[in-house]
Design a protein around this ligand. Structure first.
Ligand code: NAP
Length: 282
């Protein structure tokens, strides 16, 4: 039987660390504060926000929501973000995306304060990641994948990593984080030929295609560790990953479950970034 890579012990460790750091900040008269900028009240956004705020409350991080209507004008949204940028009590900002269709996403990303950009939406922070500069925070989901593997003691140096996703929030930044750790990285996508032949050779396979149960046992070997980043919902609202968990767990070396794997770590990484951002003021 393969190992199941649960996210819970990872989040517990990180939260214990950031709780201490938040306390140290408060002793230095700095109250770490998260701001969320949300357009409208999409169910997923509100649910995520509530989960993050619950963790904030348990750690001692204060928070505010700046909510605008979905029909907000470009100018108004820019103004709201600029105000959060210049609000000295706010140390990190999360903007829920996708933004409404009529909003210029690129422009909003470029307005985000580089220092308060805790989920790497400003192109300057992305550039830092791709050019190997230490400044700025990496996107939270890729960092959560690395945190999971680190927690379970994986040596990434020289590891053969295959990522099936090339988006700017998952695959591309994650490939940079793996390269920083001297892994050998292959990035696959919907045009990749003979996908299973490539993934079967992976020491570590990261899946993030948004197709429930797509990856069966034919995509892995006995030596493959599978990190499932996919989040899908079936017709009953049940969350599933991209991996056919019940079958793959019988063959692969290790698998991270959905729910219970990478997803929960992501929001904790966001708050670690927030605390790090506030620590600059000590
Ligand atoms: P996305 O932008 O739609 O990217 C999906 C990627 O999968 C693309 O690179 C696409 O290839 C590739 N793909 C789709 N079908 C494929 C196939 N049959 N074979 C090989 N590659 C295929 O989505 P995303 O925003 O990156 O999110 C991906 C998944 O991760 C979603 O399920 C999302 O919910 C989840 N997610 C999870 C977290 C978390 O915290 N756990 C965070 C963000 C996203 P092309 O580039 O060729 O189209």
């Amino acid at each position: 039987m393969s190992e199941i890579l649960y996210g819970k012990p990872v989040t517990e460790n990180i939260r214990a660390d950031i709780r201490k750091r938040a306390e140290r900040l408060r002793k230095n008269r700095i109250a770490p504060k998260l701001a969320i900028l949300r357009s409208g009240a999409r169910r997923d956004d509100v649910a995520y926000e509530n989960r993050v705020f619950k963790i904030c409350d348990s750690i001692g991080i204060s928070h505010i929501t700046c909510q605008v209507d979905r029909d907000v004008t470009q100018r108004q949204l820019e103004l709201e973000l600029s105000q959060l940028n210049s609000d000295r009590s706010v140390h990190g900002i999360l903007v829920f995306r996708p933004l409404p269709d009529h909003i210029d996403d690129e422009l909003i990303c470029s307005i985000m304060s580089v220092d308060k950009d805790i989920d790497c939406m400003n192109p300057n922070n992305l550039k830092n990641l791709f050019t190997g500069q230490k400044a700025g925070f990496a996107p939270c989901t890729p960092e959560a994948v690395i945190a999971l593997l680190d927690h379970y003691g994986y040596n990434l140096d020289g590891a053969n990593v295959v990522i099936v996703n090339r988006s700017l929030v998952v695959g591309k930044p994650l490939s940079m984080l793996f390269l920083r750790r001297n892994a050998t990285v292959t990035v696959c996508h919907s045009h990749t030929r003979n996908l299973a032949d490539i993934t079967r050779n992976a020491d570590i396979l990261v899946t993030g295609i948004g197709k429930p149960g797509f990856f069966g046992p034919e995509y892995v070997s006995e030596n493959t560790t599978v990190i499932d980043v996919g989040i899908n919902f079936d017709e009953n609202g049940k969350m599933t990953g991209d991996v056919d968990f019940d079958k793959v767990i019988k063959k692969a070396a290790a698998v991270s479950p959905v729910p219970g794997g990478v997803g929960g770590i992501t929001s904790t990484i966001l708050l670690r970034h927030l605390v790090e951002s506030a620590e600059r003021y000590i």
